[in-house]
Write a protein that binds this ligand. Structure first.
Ligand code: SF4
Length: 316
């Protein structure tokens, strides 16, 4: 029986440390894979390239493709929106923007007519988990092979990860393996240092974690840092809010859920222009005396765990 060892690389420190463990153990049939969301900071793309060069392990890049879903949504809009009384101008505008862009994150939101949220966190599965399963794992699962999915997950990162086992069977010959599950964060950086591998430089620039820029689970201080250091990342989200709003039947889509803002009233007219990323950046720059829909409210609404805590380790 052949054993395939696949390390999922997120661009963050934990997945890099996991790859370093696999290399230190001379793991046979070792591959690394990075799911490109289309919403990473350029430094992360550069880092994945660096990591491959520095370790000598090619990192395969996979991307989700939502062309089929978008084509089906076009048919649905043409047939159903007029029946539901949606004005013709809204239908035509939606059809005008509903074309695959090749950016997985944007195309996912165009298809869904909305952005993911803490309560509907479909992004990790659609953008990371599914492409890796479909494009990498499934072709290897031939009934005669064992596929070990190496995941850079640590217990002390979040409640969701606290009780994960080091190894568990998914089925069909696929197993999850989490070799750094019990590591403290210091050990992660020590593994980089010992191997002579630099961590993603974003950790030195105010980022506590590395992933989508920004992540929908972004905390207040992270959003403030992102807006101050990389306004172009905010500008990209602003433009996506405009386009996804056009593809939405309600005509409004905001990157961060507007209802997490306690100053928003039930009958407020929510649009991307009034309640979009710029409003959240403005809030992120407030402290005492600013609007008080702060992290405490967000933590309470998210069940106490604000971190993007995918059990697969695909989002850091
Ligand atoms: S990093 Fe955040 S926004 Fe990106 S896929 Fe993960 S949960 Fe979604």
């Amino acid at each position: 029986m052949t054993q395939h060892n696949i390390v999922s690389i997120s661009g963050g420190k934990d997945s890099a440390a996991t790859l370093l463990v696999a290399l230190a153990l001379d793991t046979p049939n070792l591959q690394a894979v990075f799911a490109d969301t289309g919403h990473e900071h350029p430094a992360t793309y550069d880092y994945v390239h660096y990591l491959a060069e520095a370790t000598g392990i090619a990192i395969r890049r996979v991307k989700a493709d939502f062309s089929r879903q978008i084509a089906n949504k076009r048919k649905f809009i043409e047939a159903k929106w007029p029946e539901k009384g949606v004005p013709q101008a809204v239908v035509l505008a939606a059809l005008d923007v509903l074309h695959p862009t090749g950016n997985p994150f944007l195309d996912l939101c165009l298809w869904k007519g909305r952005f993911p949220s803490t309560k509907a966190r479909f992004c990790t599965d659609e953008l990371k988990r599914n492409p890796i399963i479909e494009q990498v794992f499934l072709p290897l699962m031939d009934g005669d092979s064992m596929v070990l999915s190496w995941q850079g997950v640590r217990r002390d990162e979040s409640l969701n990860r606290r009780y994960l086992p080091e190894c568990d069977e998914v089925g069909g010959g696929l197993f999850n393996y989490r070799p750094i599950l019990k590591w403290p964060v210091e050990a992660v950086f020590e593994a980089h240092r010992a191997a002579g591998i630099k961590p993603n430089p974003l950790y030195l620039q105010g980022c506590n974690r590395v992933g989508c820029m920004p992540c929908i689970m972004c905390a207040k201080d992270e959003l403030r840092e992102i807006a101050a250091r990389w306004p172009e990342e905010v500008a990209r989200v602003r433009e996506w809010e405009r386009v996804v709003s056009i593809a939405s039947k309600r005509g409004a889509a905001t990157f961060f859920t507007a209802v997490t803002d306690p100053t928003v009233q039930a009958n407020d007219n929510i649009t991307h222009a009034t309640h979009g990323i710029d409003r959240m950046v403005e809030w992120a720059n407030t402290s005492r005396g600013g609007r008080q829909y702060d992290l405490i409210n967000l933590i309470a609404r998210s069940g106490g765990d604000l971190r993007c805590s995918s059990a697969y380790g695909l989002c850091e």
